[in-house]
Design a protein. Structure first.
Length: 206
């Protein structure tokens, strides 16, 4: 009897992936196609792609009209392609940092309140309901190490194989980059990433 193919669900932390790709490859806006990345990783690993799920904060149109337009348009396209989309309004807070010369720099910082929690809950929930055997999380957020522990508990309770993999852009300029502790790590090299670039431009016309 042939060995059954492992089922995978891909979970994307949109902002985390963007900042990782920016640091590794120098891209200045989120040019990735989540569905293409999901298919690439599953094809390379021999997994069956069951779902792709995308999570991101979206700024208010009055605060950041450029990024509001971008994520609204990109999210609509992902939805048409069957990607499960979860968004939350970005909450802006005033933050201060102390500079070396003794002065303070004040700036507004967008907080994706609830996005990481929603992603983590979905990873656990879909494991509980046996939707996948492999969770592929496109993020380097170390808070997810606690989710990895929960997945191990579920695996024992259900007496079946389940694992969590964290995938992230990697290049020699970010040698310190690592996956989430207690997960398998999957590096995405630039050559592979570039085959998964979204050819559509969602940036508003100037």
């Amino acid at each position: 009897m042939a060995e059954q193919q492992l089922r995978a669900v891909c979970f994307f932390d949109g902002q985390n992936l963007f900042h990782s790709a920016k640091a590794a490859f120098g891209y200045t806006f989120p040019n990735f196609d989540p569905l293409k990345l999901s298919k690439l990783v599953c094809r390379q690993q021999g997994w069956e792609l069951v779902q792709a799920r995308f999570y991101t904060g979206v700024p208010d149109a009055a605060d950041k009209p450029f990024w509001h337009h971008f994520w609204t348009a990109k999210g609509a396209q992902m939805g048409r392609e069957g990607v499960h989309l979860f968004t939350r309004p970005l909450v802006y807070r005033t933050k201060k940092i102390d500079l070396p010369d003794g002065t303070q720099h004040t700036f507004l910082d967008g907080d994706e309140k609830g996005i990481d929690v929603r992603l983590a809950l979905d990873v656990i929930s879909l494991a509980n309901t046996r939707v996948y055997d492999v969770a592929v999380v496109f993020s380097r957020d170390q808070d997810l190490s606690e989710v990895a522990e929960e997945i191990r508990v579920i695996s024992k309770l259900q007496a079946r194989f389940i694992k969590i993999v964290t995938a992230y852009p990697y290049s020699p300029v970010v040698k310190s980059y690592r996956g989430v502790n207690k997960t398998d790590w999957l590096r995405i090299e630039k050559a592979d990433y570039d085959t998964c670039i979204d050819t559509r431009d969602y940036r508003p016309k100037r």
